[in-house]
Ligand binder design. Structure first.
Ligand SMILES: C[S@@+](CC[C@H](N)C(=O)[O-])C[C@H]1O[C@@H](n2cnc3c(N)ncnc32)[C@H](O)[C@@H]1O
Length: 353
């Protein structure tokens, strides 16, 4: 009886092993050996297959036409029922595989769900409560002109809600799953064009573009980040949930009113301009020692030295020495302002010595 071409299916370039591997329903003794086509190995010859539910078969050939990229199955069936059974069996693995592939894709699609308290590189993930997020953005007076950065951005909420106020922002998060989750949420909230999220280490991140930092980190993390904060443009606002920066003086501390059980305190700082060092004012010299926004030091005139105390608020400097109140604007290595004593106002200028 002439071989009967029964089906064409998509080619598999490697179809090795026994037919047991191809479908678990196949049983009995499979004799699988390579055959040749125009001198090249091309397919498999199977002898005596006992297929559950199918009548016994003595022989059939199984060949693959690799040249056309198709698989051609040629069989010598004893009866047509076997063909139907064989086709069903061959179809079954495809559906099983399709099902498995579908399941894998679905599992992949299944969204990652973070758990409060989950491990993080330098601090665990605990989300800022939404009421606190709102207060942080209010206190920092975030507007459409701002560029907000969150270091350790978690699920992205600080940046996403800043973006909902029209601000652009960047979240830097070590956990890649959290980064992807943040991106998805930003897109769902319609602010994907304003809110960017990157996987990275907060201690390595470039934060120079920030006009606002919105943070929820441990004091240790904040203190380690302090040198980076001090390099930010003077006037940049740092708004922090609950934990502050050691040695920094808050501009404001406020608690969320009403429903807020934990992580309800918001602390605001303004990055100070650097003013440490010696400044010349006429024939006087101010020797300024700066710790974050707090100033101490001396006014030195001839052999006289008088203590000074003051503060820096962004680019604005205020200090008092010998009953005179100095205020001014820091412009790099110059300060211009007014000295006031007993109601009398006198302009003053200083240059970095
Ligand atoms: C307390 S959560 C704050 C999350 C978010 N900022 C908020 O306010 O909801 C701290 C986050 O920092 C992340 N984190 C820990 N170490 C980090 C590092 N070195 N660089 C970047 N992210 C880090 C954690 O994965 C976690 O998501």
């Amino acid at each position: 009886m002439a071989p009967t071409k029964v089906c064409q299916a998509a080619s598999r370039t490697s179809f090795g092993g026994s037919i047991r591997q191809f479908h678990p329903l196949f049983g009995g003794t499979n004799d699988v050996s390579r055959s040749t086509f125009h001198g090249r190995p091309y397919g498999l010859r199977l002898k005596r297959i006992a297929y559950h539910g199918a009548p016994p078969i003595r022989w059939y050939d199984f060949r693959s036409d690799f040249l056309e990229g198709k698989m051609i199955v040629i069989v010598r069936p004893k009866n047509i029922l076997f063909l139907v059974s064989l086709l069903a069996a061959l179809a079954a693995p495809a559906s099983v595989l399709a099902q498995a592939a579908g399941d894998a894709a679905a599992a992949e699609k299944k969204e990652f769900t973070p758990i409060s308290g989950q491990a993080g590189k330098d601090v665990v993930w605990v989300p800022t409560p939404m009421e606190t997020v709102g207060l942080m953005l209010d206190i920092a007076k975030v507007t459409t002109k701002d560029f907000v950065i969150d270091l350790g951005s978690g699920d992205g909420r600080n940046i996403i809600y800043a973006a909902k106020r029209g601000a652009r922002g960047l979240g830097v998060e070590y956990n890649p799953d959290m980064v992807e989750l943040s991106k998805r949420t930003a897109a769902k909230e319609g602010v994907g064009h304003l809110a960017e999220f990157i996987q990275g280490d907060m201690f390595e991140a470039d934060i120079s573009k920030a006009t606002v930092l919105a943070l929820f980190l441990l004091p240790d993390n904040l203190n380690k980040l302090e040198p980076k904060f001090l390099k930010l443009n003077p006037g940049t606002r740092i708004v922090a949930n609950t934990f502050g920066i050691t040695g920094w003086t808050p501009d404001l501390e406020q608690n969320v009113e009403g429903e807020c059980r934990a992580w309800c305190k918001v602390i605001l700082y303004t990055v100070p301009a650097p003013v440490s060092g010696d400044w010349k004012v006429g024939d006087e010299r101010f020797q300024i020692i700066q710790t974050a926004q707090t100033l101490s030091g001396y006014q030195i005139k001839g052999r006289t030295s008088l203590p000074l105390q003051g503060r820096v608020d962004g680019n604005q400097i205020y200090f008092r020495v010998a009953g005179v109140n100095y205020s001014g604007t820091i412009k790099g290595d110059r300060i211009e302002g007014v000295a006031e004593t007993k109601g009398k106002r006198t302009p003053w200028r200083a240059a970095k010595a």
